[in-house]
Design a binder for this molecule. Structure first.
Ligand SMILES: [Zn+2]
Length: 197
């Protein structure tokens, strides 16, 4: 995915939770860190507000909208109150900022089994503290990879169907078209069910 770009311009609230509707839209209904969508995790009740810069260190940021990130409960708890020291920051050990960079491109390489390999110290720090290689995230990434493959199959089948329809159809061709449609529907159902689309 690309980085998250905020579009909303909420007023200044005195409580974080009042920003939730704005955050949900700005983070496209998914966790800023693991990128799992609400539909995959079971709904918005599994999501919380993370202070990217933790309140204990940056109290003035407590209701500052740009410091609020939409996060699943797990990522939020793992990230917790962690913040790098000045020495760590000077060596590149810091949290990747999903509003500033596509961390899955710049700081990690995703392996076929879903593991993230850090590409630099930022990736090491982020991956370790948010535990981005936890088991549930490996299966999520494998599933996302499978979904991408399924969608490729769909697109390929659709183009074959279109080519077939453009020709004069014999009975044999009609049967082939029906088979293609069944393939399409089976894959659509699979993707829809897994991602509650
Ligand atoms: Zn998460």
């Amino acid at each position: 995915m690309s980085r998250f770009v905020r579009q909303e311009a909420p007023p200044q609230f005195d409580e974080c939770r009042k920003y939730l509707p704005f955050l949900r839209r700005d983070f496209r209904y998914r966790c800023a860190y693991c990128e799992r969508p609400e539909t995959f995790l079971g709904g918005e009740e599994f999501f919380e507000i993370d202070h990217f810069q933790p309140v204990w260190r940056f109290l003035e940021q407590v209701t500052h909208y740009p410091n609020l990130y939409y996060s699943c409960g797990k990522c939020n708890r793992h990230k917790g109150k962690t913040w790098p020291s000045d020495d760590q920051i000077s060596s590149g050990f810091r949290f990747a900022d999903p509003c500033q960079e596509d961390m899955y491109v710049e700081h990690f390489q995703e392996m076929p089994d879903g593991q993230l390999q850090p590409l630099n110290n930022c990736g090491r720090y982020t991956g370790e503290h948010i535990r981005l290689n936890r088991r549930n995230l490996l299966s999520w990434r494998q599933l996302r990879r499978q979904m991408a493959q399924d969608l490729q199959i769909l697109a390929h089948a659709a183009s074959r169907l279109e080519a077939g329809l453009a020709a004069q159809l014999s009975l044999t061709n009609q049967n082939q078209i029906r088979e293609e449609i069944e393939t399409l529907n089976a894959h659509i159902a699979r993707v829809s069910q897994r991602f509650a689309l």
